[in-house]
Design a protein around this ligand. Structure first.
Ligand code: NOJ
Ligand code: MG
Length: 393
């Protein structure tokens, strides 16, 4: 039994969506299985468990159609909980998917009136998020997709998405809000297909925004969404990180290529989860680590808090395992052997020049010898890592 407590601290920058905690277990086939927890109780409970931040959709906390006086009262109540518990509001977002008005999209709807309503709703949500101190604002286009391709040209849909994002970036800049935006990719669900299906799609889209807006927009990829697309979270997060665009994580778990399961982090694929954590440790990720999952439908309210604590604890344990792996001599010796190559060939094409071309083209290579000359002991490597994870090394 480890002597470490694995207790969360604010420096972990762990966060939860309010919607994750208030989730009452409803699914497309069945009703709620536990009483919905009020948002205020959810935020307070998170704060009391030393969670650093919470994130919210506008209507998780501010009911649709709330009067100005109601909004003011809610802001005061949330602030009081923040002051009492020390939790911060790290990210805001807009519910652009629940109301039937968004049944065929928000930013990508055919109807300019619906698109205008969506942008109007986002600006109000941004104001509230900024007032509560949010440093990031999420864009998950849950209804930005299609079932019937005959109905919508994807080029037009992307163009509309871009128009909305450019306008909203300008809004944030003009108000001098210290806030970034993130796009959250997902391949499908609730629409048959969504327009921003993977990290790569979102990264490419960001580069097409108006130049002053590009730097403020990144991604917050979610493990479950990546695995629904059958992709590898280590690689997806890696590409976003390498591009300097990984502003926030949405951590959870998922059995691949199924409906969106939003399972507890590490509960379905421990080894893949380890590699996500290892990536963050290796590259000193300093952004928001939000858990976007929910407790099993079979749980009651106590189980919801077990779920909250378990997500963070598993992350911290895997973090410890990442340090253990780094310090393991067998692993590092083997890695050194595997990663070594013929250094004489190192900088042959780092910089283009006619001389470099001449030199490289004139070289003689013996591919047969190169293919067999060096052992890549991956079986051994993976076994050492497996044993570190299983706690016997
Ligand atoms: C609900 C989605 O399931 C989740 O993945 C997303 O992060 C939030 N909405 C934010 O929009
Ligand atoms: Mg998410």
């Amino acid at each position: 039994m480890s002597m470490m407590s694995f207790a969360p601290s604010h420096s972990d920058k762990f966060a939860f969506g309010v919607w994750c905690v208030t989730n009452a277990g409803r699914d497309p086939f069945g009703d709620a299985t536990r009483k919905p927890m009020p948002a205020m109780q959810a935020i307070r409970g998170l704060g009391e468990r030393n969670v650093w931040g919470f994130e919210f959709h506008d209507n998780d906390v501010f009911p649709l159609g709330a009067s100005a006086a109601q909004v003011r009262k809610i802001v005061r109540d949330v602030r009081a909980i923040m002051a009492d518990t020390g939790i911060c509001c790290c990210s805001g977002t807009t519910n652009l998917f629940f109301h039937p008005v968004f049944k065929d999209g928000a930013f990508t709807s055919h109807d300019p009136q619906i698109r205008a309503y969506a942008v109007h709703k986002v600006m109000h949500a941004i104001d509230l998020a900024a007032e509560l101190g949010a440093q990031n604002f999420l864009f998950w286009g849950g209804r930005e997709g299609a079932e019937v391709d005959a109905a919508k040209d994807p080029i037009e849909a992307i163009r509309r998405f871009r128009e909305a994002m450019n306008f909203l970036c300008a809004y944030v800049r003009q108000n001098k809000y210290k806030m970034t935006f993130t796009i959250e990719p997902k391949p499908n669900e609730p629409r048959g297909d969504l327009y921003m299906p993977s990290v790569g799609n979102a990264l490419a889209f960001i580069e097409t925004l108006d130049p002053p807006n590009r730097a403020m927009v990144g991604v917050n990829p979610e493990v479950a969404h990546i695995k629904m697309a059958g992709l590898n979270p280590y690689h997806e997060y890696g590409q976003a990180l390498e591009a300097g665009k990984l502003f926030e994580l949405h951590l959870n778990d998922q059995k691949p290529v199924r409906y969106d399961q939003d399972l507890t982090f590490g509960s379905a694929s421990l080894k893949e989860s380890f590699f996500i954590v290892k990536l963050m440790v290796d590259h000193k990720f300093a952004g928001i680590k939000a858990f976007d999952a929910h407790a099993y439908r079979s749980e009651d309210i106590d189980g919801v808090w077990d779920f909250v604590e378990r997500n963070m604890r598993t992350y911290k344990i895997l973090e410890e395992k990442a340090y253990e792996a780094r310090a393991n001599r067998d692993l590092s010796a083997l890695l050194e052997e595997i990663q070594a190559g013929n250094k004489a060939y190192e900088k042959l094409f780092t910089k283009y020049s006619p001389a470099a071309v001449r030199k490289l083209k004139a070289l003689k290579f013996d591919p047969d010898k190169m293919a067999t000359g060096r052992r890549l002991a991956y079986e051994k490597l993976d076994q050492i890592l497996t044993e570190i994870l299983l706690g016997i090394r």
